[in-house]
Design a protein around this ligand. Structure first.
Ligand code: HEM
Length: 483
């Protein structure tokens, strides 16, 4: 009996290995260590979120153009070379986000970030028109009103040093997200909300699951404390959103079209999207928007504090376009050209979503080697010190890529895939324009009220960590003077 079982197991194992022979063949051509049997290189990344972040960086530092790591049975390729990235992100064979798909589904369900490909295709097509100028231009009034409240909140910290502004700014972007996506005025800025903190922790747990051996497998994860915490947070999150959406009837009808109404209207007029899918999308868009725009705003304020000459130029531009008092409307925003370059340079150094990945579904030849069937492509932007030619994005392949410098536009001699903070290809960021418009408005309102300062002296002083989203490990250390 035991012998038969052993025979079946051996047969199954050989059959499994035979089916994966192409994968092993292609993997053998990609530099990188083979790791341990079964678990591969998973131990290499184990630790808390900061340790894991550092270990990934070290792994990528050793990677020249492309490097492999086995995360259990999954082959993950860290890709640095822009030409390879272009092939991966533009190819029809690279599609779903493999890990996201598996590890986040209970959190964001069938929203764009996590939906299986057929659902993603259908939803992306349905949602695309929502991000037309006609609809998002109307949000600028919300961006402006909430930014004024943010200015009032920050005023409470005048005279203080080392203020970690993240939660304060994030409350503003949370209010903006809820108002434009759900049509609900949360007023977190004036009160308290745990939503931000829950999101932080949920994203951290996800990050830990991606790179830690213990948490990779559901049957192990299920028995951990982290799983319990994860489930509790998910429940709280769900209840919170349902309560808010339930209250929506009592809220003043929006002057503009919000995502929730846009999708509900489409659904009632026969478009194929269920109420459950709509809720998943609304959750996805809230999560996708408020943390990223808060981070971009906070890193920009920090960079302006560190570079008074750049801050002065932004201030002058805002005064020229808006004068001393006026809140911007959508027609003003394109005129804030220098401010936009400042945001883009900040995104080069501090991309809020530094870690992207794709599943490659077919043979995808890259030069001599081949990234093949069921390879997951992992691309990390937080390698801004990459010395490879052309890297440095807006700094145009500078030998000193951590220097903050505002050029008149992207360098002509850099490869377009050296700079992609909003990702690229069909699964790129759908909220890119909204993100730039809202952050521009926040900066334009705040800079006429405050002079920013920071205790950080150089870009390199800011030690970064990741909870899926990029963070300064020691917080944002800012201070303000009234102008
Ligand atoms: C500074 C602001 C932002 C940055 C840096 C950013 C970055 C990104 C990146 C890098 C991706 C691509 C992930 C990938 O290729 O796998 C992405 C996707 C996405 N972003 Fe953003 N984002 C920002 C703002 C926003 C805003 C404001 C919204 C919503 C209003 C949003 C909603 C989304 C959604 C729904 C996706 C998934 C798109 C899809 O798969 O079709 N993002 N974002």
């Amino acid at each position: 009996m035991l012998f038969t079982l052993l025979l079946v197991l051996v047969f199954w194992f050989l059959h499994y290995q035979w089916k994966r022979r192409h994968l092993y063949h292609h993997a053998s051509k990609i530099p990188g260590s083979r790791g341990w049997p079964i678990v591969g290189n998973l131990f290499q990344f184990t630790g808390d979120s900061d340790e894991t972040h550092d270990k990934i960086l070290r792994y990528l530092d050793a990677c020249k153009d492309i490097s492999k790591a086995w995360m259990g049975p999954t082959l993950v390729c860290g890709i640095v070379k822009p030409e390879y990235l272009a092939k991966c992100f533009m190819s029809p064979s690279t599609t779903a986000r493999l890990y996201f798909d598996r590890k986040v589904t209970d959190f964001l369900g069938q929203g764009l970030l996590t939906a299986p490909i057929p659902v993603w295709k259908r939803h992306r097509k349905i949602i695309h028109p929502f991000f037309s100028d006609k609809i998002i231009n109307r949000f600028v009034e919300v961006f402006g009103r909430q930014s004024i409240t943010l200015g009032e909140q920050l005023e409470k910290y005048l005279g203080q040093k080392n203020v970690d502004i993240f939660e304060i700014v994030r409350n503003c972007t949370l209010d903006i997200s809820f108002e434009t996506m759900l049509g609900v005025q949360l007023n977190v800025q004036q009160g308290e909300s745990e939503l931000g903190r829950w999101t932080d922790r949920l994203l951290e747990i996800m990050f830990l699951r991606l790179f830690n051996f213990w948490y990779q497998y559901d049957f192990i994860f299920k028995w951990t404390k982290l799983h319990k915490e994860n489930q509790l947070l998910l429940k709280k999150y769900q209840r919170y959103l349902e309560e808010i959406i339930g209250k929506k009837g009592k809220v003043v009808k929006s002057e503009f079209v919000v995502l929730l109404d846009f999708l509900l209207d489409l659904s009632s007029s026969g478009t194929k999207i269920t109420t459950e899918e709509i809720l998943d999308e609304v959750k996805t868009f809230v999560i996708g928007s408020f943390d990223t725009t808060a981070l971009l705003s906070c890193f920009t304020i920090t960079m302006l504090g560190m570079h008074p000459d750049v801050q002065n130029r932004v201030y002058e531009e805002v005064l020229t376009v808006l004068g001393p008092e006026r809140t911007p409307d959508y027609q003003d925003l394109p005129s804030l050209k220098y401010t936009e370059l400042v945001l883009k340079e900040t995104l080069r150094l501090f991309p809020p979503s530094p870690c992207l990945e794709r599943l490659v579904l077919d043979d995808l030849p890259l030069d001599g080697g081949t990234v093949s069937l069921n390879h997951s492509v992992l691309n990390c932007f937080f390698r801004r010190y990459n010395a490879s030619k052309g890297f440095g994005g807006y700094a145009g392949g500078t030998p000193c890529p951590s220097k903050y410098r505002i050029l008149a536009g992207p360098s002509t001699n850099r490869h377009p895939f050296t700079y992609m903070p909003f990702s690229a290809g069909p699964m790129n960021c759908i909220g890119r324009k909204y993100g730039i418009m809202s952050t521009k408005t926040i900066i334009a309102i705040l800079i006429r009220k405050f002079k920013f300062r920071t205790e950080y002296k150089t870009v390199d002083d800011i030690k970064l960590g990741a909870k899926l989203i990029l963070r300064p490990r020691d917080g944002f250390k800012c201070s303000f003077d009234l102008r």
